[in-house]
Design a protein around this ligand. Structure first.
Ligand code: ADP
Length: 889
């Protein structure tokens, strides 16, 4: 275009404005004499118009038209959008409103000419101008041609009777052509502008909506952009609640100012428009309109009922999932959505739906994570504290916040009174604590009795509701969620959430409260358990402390846990100071210290110990699983004293009896040589045997007393081998006299043990002499010895009469004599019944044991075992300690 102007030597237009010159105008310009280049034709073709501002350009063009065609009036008609006719756009010297619309098929000779020949035409007297715009008077009309299409009509009118000259008509044609260009470019720029606006709005909407994190904000942003992008008066969202079938309805109204503001957020159930369901089903928008009528009559009735003129319903769907609907509402008559708005609105709604869905997901995830966090918190608090009341109180506070309810309360069951007693509350006044409900009463009672959760969203109309309970708690209950509080299948109470903010409790709320209830159950269980353990412990402690026996308890590392009263007195220990210290530090140099701390001691161990205040205690030291060791010590000082007195008495009596007996025996022996009758000699023999037997008994008793006393016991390294050989040698004459054969095969290995040789010798002698005296003449006596782990086992086997089974358990009793002694009534086997009892005492003093295996008439085998190392079962530890020292040397 600029090249064309340069070729013509025309001045270039100012920037940002342009003169639109048609080829016909350029041809016309070429014919204009250079001298006439300031004429109307030239000006019509070259006068510049501001094409950035179509309204101004057209207005300037009409003014120029009047001037160049010397007309009183001018008017511009524009082809309407439907291309069915021309509508007045602008007029000078006339009112646009008076001009009326022109049909394409208008039956007017001038117009017909203009449409057909596509050139300017003027009226004259003969043709008349009536029926044309700007009539009466002379009227000329030129088509506004752009790219061969008539996009408008330019009329001029004058009151002159004379027709317009061909030159003027030519000028008019040029001006009409330029008007056509302006109209076309205005249309194009309007279309571009709209597209741009649309893209901008869509971009802004996308940006704003996708940035939101909660659903209300997503809805608000979508609504706000919808109202900016369309001419709708109201925008309504009906978002379906997840799974509940409830409809939350948001209504947004925006002021139509530059900065739209969002008002009134309401949540209610909207009228049930059939079209809404249809849109949700088909996921396609639909419009309900009053005039012209559009949509079902039911929809139209409802629309009229709401006082609206037109409403377009859009699906609010994301990723093929219907989230609800959006309505754009027009309240004024004749107004409704147009095609472009529809397209843009749906695009914004689609973005809104995605944003909403994201927000829902995010909110659900957020809420879920908050809930989980709170539940975890409750769990932690509940299980980490034994202060039950505080823990329950805290749990109720958390639950109240979690469910956003007015109050959360916990009732515990008082089984005796058959009552539910309020123990903890969150969110409610503390004064409601202590409220008691009878188990037969109310919602809480029902839940406790039936062990089932219950949701009552319309409390007032529920038969379980008791206004008296509200009276006690001071709460005005509208909705209740109540779950049982159980542990190990036992109902402990109930938890109640009171008054939901939305008035309706859901399954999800119930699950959450059930979780809280589980934690509370565990906490109660723990607290009960703890209480029971504490009671048990205190009972045990009392028993231990108050028992007459001395008790010392240590942990596994030997540190003292408890020293009871008796122990602290017996050992002169401050029990309180002793606790926590090592037993070996408290019982310094005392065997008890070692027994409680030494690692290599087999339990249980019994021993007699002497305390610093010379009390004799019989101690049993044993392992206490998971605790350590315990020494329970019985004071046997008195028993010991009695025993000592008994021995002394017996000793004195025996000793005192021995002398007169000796005198009798001596007298009897003297009588032996005297001349006696047979009868007298028989009596004398009896006397001699009786005094012998009495002397033996007394010797045995004295020996028993001696052996039972541990006072003069001396442990030393002793060769069992030598011991056996000596005993056999000592008894050889007796054995030979009865023609027995004693067999002993000494082993090659050493049989060294710790023991008292004197006492052990008496054991060996006893067993051998029994075998000799009970076995018939010419018997066989076998002595054996062997190592068995850490003990040596000695056996004495004979082929005598054997011991009857019923006597076996009794042979080690004091003074027991069996039937073997009287096998030959004329010649009874002599003895005292003290030998085996004595042997048993000695062997046990050495930490060993003695037993017999015998069958009639095969014979008997007596065994005894002795440990290699000394682990005395009785005896003063003071002594045994010395012995141990000795052994170490
Ligand atoms: P005593 O030998 O003085 O009778 P003991 O205490 O030594 O007393 O023995 C108790 C009893 O055990 C004996 O009276 C006897 O009945 C039985 N007894 C002991 N040793 C044997 C043996 N080798 N064979 C059979 N019976 C025996």
């Amino acid at each position: 275009m600029e090249a064309a102007r340069a070729a013509l030597g025309l001045p270039l237009p100012r920037p940002r404005s342009c003169a639109i010159i048609q080829p016909s105008a350029i041809a016309a310009i070429r014919q204009i004499e250079p001298g006439a280049r300031k004429g109307p034709l030239y000006r019509a073709a070259t006068t510049p118009f501001d094409d950035e501002n179509p309204a101004q350009a057209l207005s300037a063009l009409l003014t120029l038209t009047c001037e160049l065609t010397t007309s009183a009036r001018a008017a511009l008609f524009e082809l309407d959008e439907a291309e069915a006719g021309f509508s007045p756009r602008l007029a000078t010297g006339a009112s646009v409103a008076d001009l009326g619309r022109l049909s394409l098929t208008a039956d007017h000779p001038v117009l017909k000419q203009v449409f057909k020949k596509r050139q300017a035409t003027t009226t004259d007297g003969s043709r008349g101008s009536l029926g044309l715009p700007l009539a009466p008077g002379t009227v000329a009309c030129a088509p506004c041609l752009t790219a061969g299409k008539t996009v408008g009509l330019l009329f001029v009118g004058t009151d002159n009777a004379k027709s317009y000259s061909p030159e003027t008509l030519q000028t008019l044609e040029i001006l009409a052509g330029r008007a056509g260009d302006v109209l076309t470019s205005a249309r194009q720029s309007a279309a571009h502008g709209y597209l741009l606006t649309k893209l901008t709005l869509l971009y802004q909407a996308t940006h704003a909506i996708t940035g939101t994190r909660d659903r209300q904000e997503a809805v608000r942003q979508t609504a706000s952009h919808l109202l900016r992008a369309t001419t709708a008066d109201l925008c309504e969202f009906q978002v379906l609640d997840d799974g509940e079938g409830l409809t939350t309805r948001f209504r947004h109204q925006l002021g139509k100012g530059i900065q739209p503001s969002l008002v009134a957020l309401i949540t209610e159930r909207g009228p049930d428009y059939p079209v809404n369901r249809q849109v949700l089903h088909e996921l396609k928008p639909a419009t309900v309109n009053l005039s012209p009528p559009l949509g079902s009559s039911r929809d139209q009735d409802l629309l009229q009922g709401e006082g609206f003129q037109s409403a377009t319903v859009f699906p609010l769907a994301a990723r093929n999932q219907a989230l609800g609907i959006v309505r754009l509402i027009y309240t004024q008559a004749g107004r409704r959505i147009n095609e472009q708005e529809l397209e843009l609105a749906q695009a914004i709604i689609n973005v809104g739906a995605v944003g909403l869905q994201d927000a829902i997901h995010l909110e659900t995830a957020d809420a879920r994570s908050t809930q989980l966090q709170t539940l975890a918190e409750i769990g932690r608090e509940m299980t980490s504290t034994l202060e039950l009341e505080a823990a329950l109180e805290n749990a109720m506070r958390h639950a109240q916040r979690l469910l956003q309810v007015e109050a959360c309360v916990l009732f515990l069951l008082d089984e005796q009174r058959q009552e539910l007693v309020l123990k903890a509350s969150g969110g409610a006044q503390p004064r409601i604590r202590g409220v008691a409900i009878h188990l037969e009463e109310g919602i809480a009672g029902w839940v406790a009795r039936n062990r089932q959760p219950l949701i009552v969203n319309d409390v007032r109309s529920n038969p379980l509701y008791h206004s008296s309970i509200d009276g006690q708690t001071g709460l005005l209950t509208t909705s209740v969620l109540c779950v049982p509080l159980e542990t190990r299948g036992e109902v402990l109470g109930v938890i109640e959430a009171i008054n939901h903010p939305r008035g309706v409790f859901t399954e999800a709320d119930q699950q959450m409260l059930a979780s809280v209830s589980s934690w509370a159950g565990i906490a109660l269980d723990n607290a009960n358990l703890f209480r029971r353990v504490a009671e048990e412990r205190s009972r045990l402690e009392t028993t231990l402390v108050e028992t007459a026996d001395a008790v010392v308890l240590t942990d596994r590392t030997g540190h003292i846990i408890l020293v009871n009263q008796a122990a602290s007195q017996a050992f002169r220990i401050n029990a309180e100071l002793a606790v926590g210290r090592l037993a070996s530090e408290i019982f310094i140099g005392h065997p008890l210290g070692d027994l409680l701390t030494d690692q290599d001691i087999a339990f249980p161990t019994n021993l007699e110990i002497t305390t610093p205040i010379d009390r004799v205690l019989y101690a049993t030291v044993s392992d206490v699983t998971d605790v350590g060791r315990v020494a329970v010590m019985q004071d046997i000082t008195a028993l010991k004293q009695i025993d000592r007195m008994r021995s002394q008495l017996l000793g004195t009596a025996a000793h005192d009896l021995k002398n007169p007996l000796n005198a009798i025996r001596l007298g009897a022996d003297l009588l032996n040589d005297a001349p006696l009758s047979d009868q007298q000699r028989k009596a004398l023999n009896m006397m001699q045997r009786a005094t012998d037997s009495m002397t033996n008994l007394i010797t045995g008793l004295l020996e028993t007393i001696r052996v039972e006393s541990t006072a003069n016991i001396t442990f030393q390294p002793t060769q069992i081998n030598d011991l056996i050989r000596h005993a056999i040698e000592d008894l050889r004459p007796l054995s030979d006299a009865r023609s027995h054969n004693i067999l002993y095969e000494a082993p090659e290995e050493s049989l060294l043990i710790m023991g008292d040789p004197g006492r052990l010798n008496s054991v060996m002698t006893n067993l051998l002499s029994n075998a000799i005296k009970f076995t018939d003449r010419g018997g066989k006596i076998l002595v054996g010895v062997r190592w068995d782990d850490d003990q040596v086992i000695v056996s004495v086997k004979d082929n005598g009469p054997g011991i009857p089974a019923d006597e076996i358990p009794r042979v080690f009793e004091h003074l027991f004599r069996g039937r073997a002694t009287v096998r030959d009534p004329n010649n009874p086997v002599e003895g005292t019944g003290l030998g085996l009892a004595l042997a048993k005492t000695v062997i046990e003093q050495h930490g060993g044991s003695i037993w017999v295996e015998s069958t009639e008439p095969a014979g008997s085998t007596f065994f005894f075992s002795l440990p290699r190392e000394l682990t005395p079962k009785t005896g003063s530890l003071r002594k045994s300690k010395e012995v141990r020292e000795k052994m170490k040397k």
